[in-house]
Design a protein around this ligand. Structure first.
Ligand code: ATP
Length: 357
């Protein structure tokens, strides 16, 4: 178990011109933590992970494992276990041979190796599968072999790059729970890369949301969901309405904004929000934090339903409020509500939050 620190880490690729793939990233990951790099395609998460693994060296900045500076150390001298999207297993070898591979390279003796391979297969619930060929396994089982192969060397850090991408939806959910269990049992510090926000939230102790090579926010899943730092995070994590509303009054912790119906509402805001009356504030409110009522109810925001989609668990609506499209996810929709109807929205003030642009 070891903590991992990235200090002002940047990576520029020669061919990519002046733009940095990873731009001045600071991250401190605690020993034993499950930490996820989350963001859209091309945001720099894989490049960041590859620098921790040693496949790329940073253009500037430092990477430490505990007190050790590993910035320019080759991958095989870092004690990291790596799991890839495509598993990268050897198809002509048995499960046991695949798992034993890292031990062979490290010249671990035969008896010791056999014992550790069995232990690792037990960890991933594949006891008795040692003699199977890789092509006789399902995708989920192959991914667990890849995990066993990474864990068998007892790495100081476990690095996982979109390991569930090739699995179908149901298996993904099962396997993510498994990975989380195995990581907590082994106590290994894990860094996980994904573009899937639900996966990140379900698995992680903390998440770094990245965009254009920069870290946008680091926090626990609940923190990032309920207190997004900026409009990008609000929209990327789950879905969110980010409404631009005029600022009427401010305190250090709240911003009072005018609503489209002419009423005012005080919304919680991050410290140092810097907003002043007369400016516009961006207010994030999630679709599930808006209730439906009649258009004439006092305090409700009146609007018109422009889209309505039943998904089973919830009904997703788009409601036009004074020209602005507001997304609503309702568990209970009043009977008979249809596209074109006038409807009232009840915004849950407790769940509204001012975000930076
Ligand atoms: P994805 O989810 O699509 O893998 P990502 O968030 O992991 O995306 P990276 O693969 O880290 O993103 O890429 C970040 C940026 O760096 C992209 O603009 C990419 O084109 C560029 N890049 C990555 N690897 C190289 C390379 N070897 N040479 C040049 N540019 C690269």
């Amino acid at each position: 178990m070891i903590d991992v620190t990235l200090e002002s880490v940047s990576k520029r690729f020669a061919r990519a011109g002046d733009t940095a793939a990873v731009d001045d990233v600071d991250i401190s990951i605690a020993a034993g933590e499950f930490f996820t790099l989350l963001g859209p395609s091309g945001c720099g998460k894989t490049t960041t992970l590859r620098m921790v693994a040693g496949f790329y060296f940073p253009t500037s900045g430092r990477i430490r494992f505990g007190a050790e500076d590993v910035t320019r150390r080759p991958p095989n001298k870092r004690d990291t276990g790596m799991v890839f999207q495509n598993y990268a297993l050897f198809p002509h070898m048995s499960v046991a041979q695949n798992v034993a591979y890292g031990l062979k390279i490290r010249k671990v003796g035969r008896a010791d190796s056999r014992r550790r391979v069995e232990e690792a297969l037990g960890q991933v619930h594949l006891d008795g599968y040692g003699e199977r060929r890789i092509d006789q396994l399902s995708g989920g089982q192959q991914q667990r072999v890849a995990l066993a192969r990474a864990l068998v060397i007892r790495p100081r850090t476990l690095l996982l790059d979109e390991p569930l991408s090739n699995l179908d939806a149901k298996l993904r959910e099962e396997t993510r729970t498994e990975i989380r269990r195995i990581q907590k049992e082994s106590g290994t510090t894990a860094i996980y890369v994904t573009h899937d926000q639900a996966e990140a939230m379900a698995m992680s102790d903390r998440i770094a949301v990245m965009e254009s090579g920069r870290v946008q926010q680091i926090g626990a899943p609940q923190e990032i969901y309920h207190r997004p730092a900026n409009a990008f995070v609000a929209r990327f994590i789950g879905r969110s309405n980010v409404l631009s509303l005029p600022v009427v009054a401010v305190t250090d912790e709240t911003v009072t904004v005018g609503r489209p119906d002419g009423t005012e509402i005080a919304v919680a805001a991050p410290a140092g929000h810097g907003l002043r009356p007369g400016e516009s504030a961006l207010v994030s409110v999630r679709p599930e934090h808006i209730g439906l009522t009649s258009a004439t109810e006092a305090g409700a925001l009146p609007g018109q339903v422009t889209e309505l989609e039943f998904t089973g668990m919830a009904t997703n609506l788009v409601v036009d409020v004074a020209g602005e499209s507001v997304q609503v996810a309702a568990i209970d929709v009043p009977a008979g509500v249809a596209v074109g109807d006038r409807i009232g929205l009840r915004l849950n003030r407790e769940r509204m939050w001012v975000v930076h642009p």
